[in-house]
Design a protein around this ligand. Sequence first.
Ligand code: NAD
Length: 489
Amino acid sequence: MTTTVDTDTFLTYDTFFIGGGWVRPSTGRVITPINASTEQPLGRVPEGAEPDIDAAVAAARAAFDTPDGWSGWAPARRAEVMDRLADAIDKRATEFIARVGAQNGMPAAVAQQLETGYPTAVLRYYAGLARELSLVETREGLFGGPIDVRRTPVGVVAAIVPWNFPQALTMFKVAPALAAGCTMVIKPSPETVLDAYLLAEAIEEAQVPAGVINIVPAGREVGAYLVAHPGVDKVAFTGSTPAGRSIAEVCGRLLRPVTLELGGKSAAIVLDDAELDLAKIGAGLFTSTLLNNGQTCFLGTRVLAPRSRYFEVVDAFTAFAGSLAVGAAADPTTQIGPMATARQRDRVESYIAKGRAEGARLTVGGGRPADLDKGWFVQPTVFADVDNDTTIAREEIFGPVLSVIAYDDLDHAIRIANDTDYGLGGTVWTSDPNRGAAVAARVRTGTIGVNRYIPDPAAPFGGVKASGLGRELGPEGLASYLQFQTIYR
Ligand code: NAD
């Protein structure tokens, strides 16, 4: 590997991590990630092309298919490697925070929690599951004779990840894949490549066997090539719903197993008995409605408010959004950083314009912060009097924009919550947690929280409807990297 640090921040890589070593790219194409807070180039890495994907898949195939290869290792032995990898990632925590935040605008305080400690918690959790994994269960058949039901790894996994939580969402795939005995090719998003190189360095230091994890940053077309590659056995994708649909079509044609974690437009249902004191609920509201500058798939961006307390709820959310510190991602006091790209800011601003045009009432934000003349910032924004049929209530904005929608009674709230194409996250706010859980159970969504929300590594995470197929995390997430073989003896 050749790495040169030109300045404190400018990083140059000129190879890919393939087959346990550093391999020259097949073309001269490069990716130049930009600092979202300063608009300055951060570094340069090669952009993968089809021959690089071929090499990465071949390396993963070899590591999987070799008789004494990764797939044949005892799960407890794999767990040792996984723990070593977690240690190697932990050693680089500060650098992960800096690189992720610089590239996608994630505030350092958020990255510290979710892009360092969280991925290694996931990795260690799956190392624990690997240690308990039973590879064969022998049953007595109905027609006589013993039957062995074997759990075998699915094979070579193509892992395609977006830019918003690049390390956490990579680890949602790496950890269960490694535990199951799969090998993989990771294709990071072009916006977040520098953290992927840090991960490659950690993989090298942890002595993960050659070819078990290969990393090729590239764009969509090359991602599509990887999805359809004949050497791939399973696809694990996190990203937008349109890309997920196109990947699902390809996997359907190929009869290739696929897990899809896609977009969301979840509801934060405020019940009539909810606590609205921001000193008590502010931290939970932040994580569940505006985390990572609104660039988070599970956020409850449709706030459903009872008419009996409508103005109170609007005032609370307006005060909440208006109180958040907007600033550079690297500043430890920042709560809302910039959008990841200029394109993403344009997109968010076009939704704010649509909200105004469609008659919603802006109560706070709506523009760019006056004191920040560089970086792709958008003020935290709240719209009140939003109709659930309007564009800002139906489409995923992926920015710091909340819509408050009034409801008449609980049945009406549930109808609005479920009147969406998506079903990924959501919250219920109430002073009665049992009542909250009963309301949560009526929402058609893959995950939901009562007075809090954060995906927990021990429980399945994923969506229904246009939010995706399959689950990551928990033992359920491991199951999708395993298949069964039945031997009648
Ligand atoms: P995106 O779909 O544009 O890209 C995601 C990744 O897929 C990138 O690596 C991209 O290069 C690649 N890609 C795009 N089209 C592809 C194709 N046809 N074949 C193969 N690869 C392809 O999404 P994005 O803009 O990077 O990320 C934001 C989206 O991700 C949002 O919609 C968000 O809700 C979603 N997301 C979902 C979850 C979840 O767990 N459900 C988590 C985070 C983000």
